[in-house]
Write a protein that binds this ligand. Structure first.
Ligand code: ACO
Length: 435
């Protein structure tokens, strides 16, 4: 962190002495006021529920400019990465800071590919779940369960353990997600095939069956790879902050990532793609495009509790750049599968058109986020709606690990421990206790 030629002065109207606070600058983006010594100097905390103005760490991984609608992984624009790299290149970049050269690329692909199988015992663990369990419930358990199988990579303070855990998690997530799916539909698990790409292998583990060969469709393979790239990291969002906070206690990497999976499940975060598709299906059932206007009135009515899922973002106050790329992929996939007239896609386009022109959305700067179109793409590929968030977790695993490892290597890292403004009862005695 660099001190900038600026200082903040905090003054109090009650006459308490004012304090000077250092200001640090990053490479781009807003400067930060360092309040670490504030409590020692004033006896006061800051109050910022939801972290609206608080940087919880320094990070060199992902940068978002929400007003411009810009997303950079290690400095590279998401649009360039999505069109010129594959997901494993992006994983290498997020973990190591640079894109791989040719040799590094070959070695990294080989390394990940060689860890795709999971301990055979995992499937017996999986059998403990009901067949109709939500895949995110299953995944939270399976990812946390990895720490019970891979004892040689659970010491978060050991850089080698962290490196092996990273590769294992990236390599095994597709296998676990596909196993959770196969278990739910009662089909045999498909073991990974090392000659396939990361996305191709996942498609085969999901949709292949042992009784016949599976041919990977290159359009769907590319689409899935793009979904993975677009979801790979997104700086200090709820699940990433959860992983950092969980890992800050020194817990093992598998447990910290399982915490991220659990957090991602919520409909305000990774669960939004599932919620968005359910919303589109609901509107379609109730009259489709003709009922869009009526639905939008409900969205704008604060008492209805209805939100336009897939719209709005804490950081983006402009088009989410990932949504544009996802819309492109959506067109490609629907065309490839002959679903150009898909009613849900038409419905989504109509909702988007109305929302982008409506005062309610314009004034609040609400634009489509990545989840608005990713659900339609996944549904077209054949992925069941309740597995959408699992796919997101698979893709985000690398971001969580990169952020966790960055935190552990940061000499300024401490266990996370927020403070509070206490509003409960002051000390009192239980009735009958003699003073
Ligand atoms: N539909 C209708 N109104 C909305 C929506 C929406 N999708 N999103 C925000 N608003 C309104 C709020 O009601 C609020 O209005 P007000 O100022 O009149 O009270 C205003 O816009 C600001 O919204 P906040 O809720 O304060 O914004 P916040 O940053 O807290 O929330 C969030 C962001 C959670 C993403 C929100 O926009 C939302 O719930 N969207 C729908 C769910 C979704 O798509 N989530 C995916 C996020 S992206 C991801 O995780 C990959």
């Amino acid at each position: 962190m660099k001190l900038v030629d600026n200082k903040a002065t905090l003054t109090f109207s009650n006459g308490s002495p004012s304090v000077e606070l250092p200001v640090y600058g990053g490479s781009i983006g807003p400067d930060v006021i360092d309040i670490r010594k504030l409590y020692a100097q004033t006896g006061m905390f800051t109050y910022d529920p939801g972290f609206l103005s608080t940087a919880s760490c320094q990070s060199a991984i992902t940068y978002i400019d929400g007003d411009k609608g810009e997303l950079l992984y290690r400095g590279y624009p998401i649009e360039q990465l999505a069109t010129h790299c594959d997901y494993l290149d992006v994983c290498f970049l997020l973990l190591n800071g640079e894109l791989p050269d040719e040799k590094q690329r070959t070695d990294f692909h080989k390394l990940v590919t060689n860890h795709t199988m999971v301990n055979e015992q995992m499937q017996f663990f999986l059998r403990g779940f009901r067949r109709d369990a939500h895949p995110m419930a299953v995944l939270t358990g399976l990812v946390g369960g990895l720490s019970a199988f891979y004892h040689d990579s659970t010491d978060i303070n050991n850089p080698q353990h962290r490196e092996i855990a990273a590769i294992r998690l990236i390599a095994k997530m597709p296998t676990l997600v596909a196993m959770a799916y196969k278990y739910g539909v009662g089909q045999p698990y498909m073991y990974p095939r090392n000659e396939l790409s990361y996305a191709g292998n996942f498609l085969r583990m999901m949709f292949g069956v042992p009784c016949e060969d599976y041919k990977v469709n290159p359009v769907l393979e590319r689409a899935l790879d793009r979904i993975f790239i677009l979801h790979a990291d997104h700086e200090q969002n709820a699940s990433t902050s959860t992983v950092r906070l969980c890992g800050s206690s020194g817990t093992n990497p598998f447990a910290a990532i399982a915490a991220g999976v659990a957090c991602l499940w919520g409909p305000a975060h990774g669960g939004a793609n599932e919620a968005c598709l359910n919303m589109l299906e609901d509107i379609q059932r109730n009259g489709g495009v003709a009922k869009v206007g009526e639905f939008m009135e409900k969205v704008k009515d604060k008492n209805s509790g209805v939100k336009l899922m897939g719209f709005g973002h804490r950081v983006y106050k402009n088009y989410d750049p990932r949504a544009k790329l996802m819309q492109e992929t959506c067109n490609e996939v629907l065309e490839e599968l002959g679903l150009g007239n898909d009613p849900l896609f038409k419905l989504a386009k109509q909702l988007e058109k109305i929302a982008l022109e409506d005062d309610y959305f314009v004034q609040r700067k609400l634009y489509p986020n990545v989840d608005f179109y990713s659900g339609i793409v996944q549904r077209a590929i054949g992925i069941p709606v309740n597995l959408f968030t699992g796919i997101f977790a698979l893709a985000r695993t690398v971001g969580w690990i990169a952020q966790l490892n960055e935190m552990i290597s940061d000499p300024e890292y401490k266990i996370g421990r927020p403070r509070q403004l206490f509003t409960g009862s002051p000390r009192r005695d239980v009735p009958g206790v003699k003073k």
